[in-house]
Design a protein around this ligand. Structure first.
Ligand code: NAD
Ligand code: UDP
Ligand code: UDP
Length: 319
């Protein structure tokens, strides 16, 4: 008998989170199809998996229909960094909306279970702190972040309605800021920006006064949470917050990175981008309860140390 467990499709599998997820799923004996249009991801991130006969890399854009037979789908395709998702805002909306419709249509046809990588951004600039799943959010529907926020909100609605109307087995995970090795050095996100700047002894760019906060989750904790969410009983569809509730200001983050890299970088202050949320912190009670006691294990210093080592090697290799 074939010992393979499941055939799993990972959209956006050549991205930062997707590449870690593909690797984990393969390690557990599954067959993995990684589908990506390489907008923000790259073959480089999964090149080490290509020799595995149970791994397939497919160049495809999820705004177009896709036909395959699978047991499970992790729908991660969508640029996640503000700079990247605002680069082609309409395409970002299409990816969340048309992409979700296609992947839900596929899940419906083959009776696959499908998980949506939603986001803390559905809470917008939250008026409630920390944010429980029951909070409806405070999103500017016409602001610069709306292509991402509203796209993801519409995707959640599509998932729920395919579940209610068509009986599709769905899971919605609201992911909070995640970092780790395989982020792109120039993706514009705060962790990658600060680490690269610190390693190059360049100025560290704080937007605004640096008092805005985020809660940073190490990628391994997230991948574990996503797999556990997929494995929950059919009657639990979420949404569930997956994040690390320990909150830091951007100034604290910059100082920690300077300390860990021993950098000579100076901190400089640049204007705060439009609609930048003031604070964000997940309430993870539901995750702890429903995901078999899941909780983040990797604390910031440990996670940053691993991420710094990754970027250090990357920068040395490219210089
Ligand atoms: P990423 O940009 O590294 O990965 C996204 C991947 O999707 C890339 O490989 C990209 O090429 C691919 N992609 C984009 N549009 C596509 C399309 N139309 N068709 C096929 N592939 C497409 O980002 P990430 O950080 O790995 O995020 C993965 C998912 O998790 C995203 O859906 C994102 O919204 C969600 N998420 C991430 C975070 C975070 O902090 N990283 C937080 C909340 C939610
Ligand atoms: N779809 C897909 N792969 C499949 C099945 C469907 O990409 O295996 C797409 C299909 O092109 C359609 C979308 O998913 O546009 C939604 O499918 P659904 O069955 O909900 O809608 P319909 O086909 O009735 O428009
Ligand atoms: N940020 C910053 N300097 C940078 C990049 C980002 O101060 O070089 C800030 C940004 O304004 C935001 C926070 O860091 O307040 C997190 O930004 P990121 O783009 O990583 O994620 P998101 O805003 O989507 O949470």
């Amino acid at each position: 008998m074939d010992a393979r467990k499941k055939r799993i499709l990972v959209t956006g599998g050549a991205g930062f989170i997707g590449s870690h997820l593909c690797e984990q799923l393969l390690n557990e004996g599954n067959e993995v199809i990684c589908l990506d249009n390489f907008f923000t991801g790259s073959k480089q991130k999964v090149v080490h998996l290509l020799s595995n006969p149970y791994f397939e890399l497919v160049r495809h854009d999820i705004t177009m229909p896709y036909y395959i037979e699978v047991d499970e789908i992790y729908n991660l395709a969508c640029p996640a960094s503000p700079v990247q998702y605002q680069f082609n805002a309409i395409k970002t909306i299409k990816t969340s909306v048309m992409g979700s419709i296609n992947m839900l249509g596929l899940a419906k046809r083959v009776k696959a279970k499908i998980l949506q990588a939603s986001t803390s951004e559905v809470y917008g600039d939250p008026e409630l702190h920390p944010q429980p799943e029951s909070y409806w959010g405070n999103v500017n529907p016409i602001g610069v972040r709306s292509c991402y926020d509203e796209g993801k909100r519409c995707a959640e609605s599509l998932f729920v309605n395919y579940h209610v109307q068509n009986g599709v087995s769905i899971k919605i995970a609201r992911i909070f800021n995640t970092y780790g090795p395989k982020m792109e050095p120039d993706d514009g996100r705060v962790v990658s920006n600060f680490i690269v700047q610190a390693l190059k002894n360049e100025d560290i760019t704080i937007f605004g006064e640096g008092t805005q906060s985020r809660s940073f989750q190490y990628v391994d904790d997230l991948v574990e949470g996503l797999k556990r969410m997929m494995a929950t009983p059919d009657d639990f569809i979420g949404p569930v917050n997956i994040g690390n509730p320990i909150e830091f200001t951007m100034l604290e983050l910059a100082e920690e990175i300077i300390k860990l890299t021993g950098s000579r970088s100076k901190i400089i202050y640049l204007p705060l981008p439009e609609d930048d949320p003031v604070q964000r912190q997940p309430d993870i009670q539901l995750a702890k309860e429903k995901l078999n006691g899941w909780q983040p294990k990797v604390q910031l210093t440990e996670g940053l140390t691993k991420t710094i080592a990754y970027f250090d090697e990357l920068l040395k290799a490219s210089s």
